[in-house]
Design a protein around this ligand. Structure first.
Ligand code: HEM
Ligand SMILES: CC(C)=CCC/C(C)=C/CC/C(C)=C/COP(=O)(O)OP(=O)(O)O
Length: 316
């Protein structure tokens, strides 16, 4: 007679097994990279339509592939630099660099190779400004934001610059230069990040404290500053998301969608401000987790609405 292995153990052994493929995937932070590419694609799409060109062309594919490779390389170097602090936090301790499954040289070579390869690809297939801006974004994220995380609470604000550049770069990939609609897309992404990150900072404040990473939720444990920052930017999100209507980049149907989505983001952030009350830890975590979830659903929906109603047209 064959006895089945207990299910929880079997699951644990499956989740713990790492291969070079799963390690590379983890290095490349696929969910963040995908979101970066979604925002860049929105910029490219809107820029192409501005030129009266169909966005569905080979140029689009090359630009997205180049940016994805540089983003993956940047995430790799971020994990190379943070291998010691990542090892101190439950959320990140099983990452390949932190867990020492990959050597320092291995991570460095993969990261630098991806950044170089992606930047050259963009210079050859897209244009020089797109290649340079992508490289600058990678430098801002890896060489400025990442080391700053252990030095100053300003790191989040600084990190919001590289975080917001991808849709502007998508626009330059299509148009060849920076214009106001690209700046509006940058502003939207810039503002969006604060409720997103304040929720994460609160959720993982114990991790960040252990690793010596300076986030608002660690410096001000009563949650008031965390809640205030998230709320300030969630309110700002509504006018920022309406800027493309004013510029004529998208129409009023998008404007209505942006207001509704903005109110949902604001409502979820308002609920998040309850962290300042003496809530049971599980409830406090839940409202922070809800804000994180809403942030990652809000952004693609907003951009999809903007694209569907681009320059006042309605696409079905
Ligand atoms: C200052 C800026 C930002 C910081 C500090 C930050 C930090 C983080 C952290 C620590 C996580 C992991 C949360 C977890 O494991 O539960 C995360 C998740 C995520 N971030 Fe950000 N982020 C920032 C900006 C961005 C930007 C610009 C994008 C893309 C456009 C982005 C997209 C995502 C996505 C898609 C997830 C995955 C959420 C999930 O797993 O459900 N983030 N972010
Ligand atoms: C086009 C291009 C080169 C884009 C690169 C910029 C990029 C990946 C921005 C992501 C936004 C960001 C600052 C995340 C910070 O997470 P974190 O690194 O603090 O998260 P962690 O704690 O999970 O490591």
């Amino acid at each position: 007679m064959v006895t089945a292995a207990p299910i929880p153990d079997a699951r644990a052994s499956v989740t713990r097994r790492s291969t070079i493929v799963t390690d590379y995937l983890e290095l490349f932070k696929p969910r963040v990279t995908l979101m970066v590419i979604i925002t860049a694609a929105a910029g490219f799409y809107l820029g192409s339509l501005r030129s009266g060109i169909s966005p569905l062309n080979l140029q689009f594919v090359w630009a997205m592939v180049g940016m994805a490779i540089v983003t993956a390389g940047s995430s790799t170097l971020n994990q190379v630099l943070e291998r010691r602090t990542d090892a101190l936090m439950p959320r990140t301790q099983s990452r390949p660099m932190a867990a020492k499954r990959l050597s320092l040289a291995h991570g460095l070579v993969i990261g630098l190779l991806c950044i170089a390869l992606g930047s050259v690809l963009l210079a050859v297939t897209t244009n020089l400004i797109t290649s340079m801006l992508t490289l600058l974004t990678a430098i801002g994220y890896v060489a400025i934001y990442t080391p700053l995380k252990r030095m100053s609470m300003a790191a989040t604000f600084v990190g919001a610059f590289p975080g917001a550049l991808p849709p502007l770069i998508g626009w330059t990939a299509a148009r060849g230069f920076i214009e106001w609609p690209a700046v509006a897309l940058f502003a939207i992404l810039f503002v969006w990040q604060f409720p997103h990150f304040e929720a994460i900072g609160w959720l993982y404040r114990a991790d960040y404290a252990r690793a010596g990473i300076l986030v608002t939720a660690v410096a001000k444990p009563d949650g008031r500053a965390t809640a205030a920052q998230a709320l300030f930017y969630a309110v700002l999100m509504i006018p920022a998301s309406l800027w493309p209507v004013w510029l004529g980049t998208s129409g009023w149907a998008y404007g209505a969608a942006a207001i509704i989505l903005g109110l949902v983001y604001l409502y979820t952030t308002l609920r998040f401000t309850r962290i300042t009350r003496d809530l049971p830890p599980a409830e406090s975590r839940k409202i922070a987790r809800d804000l994180l979830k809403v942030s990652v659903i809000y952004l693609p929906l907003l951009l999809a609405a903007m694209m569907l109603n681009a320059h006042g047209r309605i696409f079905f």
